[in-house]
Design a protein around this ligand. Structure first.
Ligand SMILES: NC(=O)c1ccc[n+]([C@@H]2O[C@H](COP(=O)([O-])OP(=O)(O)OC[C@H]3O[C@@H](n4cnc5c(N)ncnc54)[C@H](O)[C@@H]3O)[C@@H](O)[C@H]2O)c1
Length: 268
């Protein structure tokens, strides 16, 4: 990744921070952005600006440049402004990792408040499209090809009762990825999804797991249901390893693909 630039959404903590550090270690300069704010219908604690600053510090400690910015993936004007800043300061975008996300758990699909459905779809699906809409023109203009990775989920394929908006949005990301892969092939820009199983990050905190157990114990109460042993919560770094390969030249003919990093959960 020497001389390349990677843009990462949701980079204050968790997988986004792991992507920033891994890609910086591989030589990339980093653009790390995050909303660093509360949501209306989530249980997990909000990411903080201090956490985003720490991501930037850790990238710079590896000798790479880093732009950190508080930016909401739902705000197209802010994203476009950030893309202009990146173009002015770094002059290119090679890798776009659309990683930001939220996860809400409710009793069922019909008791889910309308505004909660809308919030999840706005963040997870429309927000992902907006990030692509803001940065793809700069990737094309750079003329160097490139790679986009959308962070999807096992839940794009395996349903989770209690999380209809999350599952629908992650399922929608799969088709967003495929359409963009078609459209961007002529520009040598590859588009894929990484589909994590359970990852040990703050998105699981605040009572989400407990609520899932309470509402649908047959889904969460029957063990990890993975093919590889140990705690099914893998570290964010194992997802970052996969993403680093996906955006590298070693994956130069991989496009339009769903890449599970789920210990086999999807075929359990
Ligand atoms: N942790 C898991 O078990 C798991 C499993 C499968 C998929 N995922 C997906 O992985 C991705 C990363 O999540 P994580 O596990 O690192 O959780 P996390 O909560 O630690 O990180 C998500 C980050 O995204 C940011 N974010 C959310 N909405 C945003 C917005 N509108 N604009 C900008 N930033 C926003 C949050 O502030 C947070 O810092 C998400 O897309 C999530 O759905 C997570």
């Amino acid at each position: 990744m020497d001389g390349k630039v990677a843009v990462i959404s949701g980079a204050a903590r968790g997988q986004g921070r792991a992507h920033a550090i891994k890609l910086a270690a591989e030589g990339a300069d980093i653009v790390a952005f995050d909303i660093c704010d509360e949501f209306g219908y989530t249980r997990a604690p909000a990411a903080t600006f201090e956490e985003l600053t720490t991501t930037g510090d850790e990238v710079r400690a590896l000798g790479r440049r880093c732009i950190t910015e508080r930016c909401d993936a739902r705000d197209l004007a802010a994203l476009t402004g950030l893309a202009e800043t990146v173009a002015a300061e770094f002059g290119r975008v090679d890798a776009l990792v659309v990683n930001h996300g939220i996860w809400t758990v409710d009793r069922n699909s019909w008791d889910l408040p309308e505004a909660s459905w809308q919030e999840s779809i706005d963040v997870l699906l429309t927000g992902a499209w907006k990030v692509a809409k803001a940065f793809v023109p700069y990737m094309i203009r750079s003329g160097n090809g490139g790679s986009i990775v959308f962070t999807s989920s096992v839940n794009a394929v395996v349903p989770q009762p209690s999380a209809v908006a999350y599952c629908a949005a992650k399922g929608g990301l799969q088709m967003l990825m495929k359409v963009l892969a078609h459209e961007l092939g002529p520009y040598d820009i590859r588009v894929n999804t990484v589909n994590p199983g359970r990852v040990d990050t703050a998105i699981l905190e605040g009572g989400n797991i407990e609520a899932s157990m309470e509402y649908h114990p047959y889904v969460f109460g029957e063990g990890p249901r993975t093919l590889l042993g140990g705690d099914p919560r893998r570290s964010p770094e194992v997802i970052a390893d996969a993403v680093a390969w996906m955006v590298s030249d070693e994956a130069k003919y991989v496009t339009g693909a769903l890449i599970p990093v789920d210990s086999g959960r999807m075929i359990w």
